[in-house]
Write a new protein. Structure first.
Length: 541
């Protein structure tokens, strides 16, 4: 234990390493309280304070130590008591690779290191793997970003407003605290408890301009998606190096997680084990949004990670099954995709915006029709449940679907079970009286009591040239069996505020446009034979 300091709890010590450029990084080390090792090492690099240990989702590090691991939780650069300046993702690859080798050399280590952690702590694992540290034998990235411009900052050309601003406020507050700027911290902490979205330009809160500059938010908001800036942050840009490292990976996702797209993309690129539960970003349990998904949904991840790491770091037992998806209809786990794609045709009668019973999803196309919705920026359609609303997760959106600026298309009650597993997309033939517009699509299961539970969502910004042909809207992947007597619904709106900024309908960037410049937008949706307006379900990943 050379260079270590005893901590205040059993099995806990603290130690520091120095990076290639002379920055001290501090860590807590939790060892088993019995035995002398050697033990395999689990390393979490933490951006929110090492004593937190991601206990929002995982069992405490002391529990993992009790399972026969030496657990190291390190403050990343510019966080906690570590030195340096935090710059989101910028240094995590090189710092992480050095930390792996340092942890492998600690007293009691067997020389084999596994990385674990979720969200920021998950994504940085992928960046470290690109550097191929020899001691890294396995990793468990949960709820991660892959291509940050496409699956973290924005979705299909539309910036995610509330999620990015909320995280930007939090990270700037932590930077202020690290730099001793207490007044800035208190101002940001207060803003975090009620995001300042009521200003003239919601994405540019003037009252926080100076404080937000302490963090990454202004740069992430203002840097174009095609700027080389992003290549230095996104694991996707380093896919060849990460894949060549060949590190066994256990990916964890949630059907209502903000980073589901990134998690699935990373798994598709790198392979490994994939577990997706019915969870939001946190916690991972049976009660999600307004639903109880039953005892099978209650957090299997700690046990899965112990089995995974024992296999790859100590050569014991067997790893988890390659694919474990939670079916939100049957309330159990499945291990394979449903076979084949289901295509349903949208059908309307011109009154769908004011009569939810007028829109249908049919096996065969109906007579052509056009339904209109009017988007009013004074009262934009709000985000409702899903990954990006408050509360997050499944909520009964029946009342929301009755809004006149939401078009709904519903199947007849199912005569037989319909299993949906995998990708979901909609193809919509649209008309618009504006140079740009947004489309929000939500897929829901309607239960026998008439409650409407979303199971997938997607959002896209459209320009005038996009409307020349049917527009493809990707929804997040899902897994849900629709039981006999239940129905399926596709809901379509032109906003989901404040998850996304309101499109002003002028062609200008939504994130930059003041409220007074936004205009009313009329959207037409052509359905029926010859229009190409369809819903596609379960076409793999």
């Amino acid at each position: 234990m050379t260079g270590e300091t005893a901590g205040p709890l059993p099995g806990l010590t603290s130690a520091s390493m120095t990076t290639r450029d002379g920055i001290r990084l501090d860590a807590d080390i939790w060892r088993p309280t019995t035995g002398t090792g050697p033990w395999p090492v689990l390393l979490m690099r933490q951006a929110y304070g090492r004593r937190l240990g991601s206990s929002l989702c995982y069992a405490h590090p002391a529990w993992y130590a009790g399972q026969g691991f030496m657990v190291v939780v390190q403050d990343v650069r510019g966080r906690g008591t570590s030195e340096g300046v935090f710059d989101a993702f910028r240094h995590e690859g090189a710092d992480g690779a050095e930390a792996v080798e340092w942890a492998a050399g600690l007293a009691g280590s067997n020389g084999h290191v596994g990385l674990f952690g979720f969200s920021y702590q998950g994504t940085l694992q992928l960046l470290a793997a690109a550097h191929r540290p020899p001691a890294l034998k396995a990793m468990a990235p949960a709820m991660v970003g892959w291509d940050l411009t496409a699956d973290w900052v924005s979705e299909q050309g539309a910036m995610r407003l509330a999620p990015n601003l909320g995280w930007g406020v939090q990270m700037a507050a932590l930077s202020a605290l690290h730099q001793g700027e207490v007044a800035a911290f208190e101002k940001l902490a207060s803003a975090a408890r009620g995001l300042p979205l009521a200003g003239a330009v919601p994405g540019r809160p003037e009252a926080l301009a100076t404080e937000l500059a302490l963090g990454h938010y202004p740069a992430w908001r203002d840097t174009p998606a095609d700027d080389p800036f992003w290549a230095g942050l996104s694991p996707a840009a380093q896919e060849p190096a990460i894949a060549a490292a060949g590190i066994p990976a256990l990916f964890v996702g949630g059907w209502f997680d903000t980073h589901l797209i990134g998690t699935l993309a990373a798994h598709k690129a790198l392979g490994g084990t994939l577990i997706v539960g019915p969870w939001t970003h946190f916690p991972w349990d049976r009660l999600v949004g307004e639903r109880d998904f039953g005892p099978e949904a209650a957090h299997p991840i700690d046990a899965a990670q112990v089995a995974f790491f024992r296999y790859w770091l100590a050569g014991e037992g067997a790893p988890p099954a390659p694919l474990q998806w939670f079916d939100m209809g049957t309330l159990g786990w499945c291990h394979e995709l449903a076979a084949g794609e289901v295509v349903l045709h949208l059908a309307g009668d011109g009154r769908v915006s004011v009569a939810t019973q007028s829109g249908h999803l049919l096996a065969d196309p109906a007579a052509p029709a056009v339904d209109y919705l009017v988007h009013d920026p004074w009262r934009p359609a709000p985000a409702c449940g899903g990954a990006f609303a408050t509360p997050a997760g499944p909520v009964d959106r029946a009342r929301h679907d009755q809004r006149a600026d939401v078009l709904t298309f519903t199947t007849a009650p199912m005569a037989a079970p319909l299993a949906i597993a995998g990708a979901v997309s909609a193809s919509l033939s649209l008309l618009a009286d504006a140079p740009s517009c947004d489309i929000a699509c939500t897929l829901s299961r309607i239960d026998a009591e008439g409650r409407v539970w979303q199971i997938a969502e997607g959002y896209r910004r459209l320009e005038a040239e996009d409307l020349a042909a049917p527009v493809a809207i990707s929804l997040h992947a899902t897994c849900c069996t629709i039981a006999p007597g239940e129905a399926l619904r596709l809901s379509i709106a032109a906003a989901a505020f404040p998850a996304y900024p309101v499109n002003p309908g002028t062609g200008a960037a939504s994130i930059d446009t003041p409220r007074h410049a936004a205009r009313i937008i009329t959207l037409g949706l052509a359905t029926g034979a010859g229009t190409g307006s369809v819903l596609r379900l379960g076409a793999g990943l």
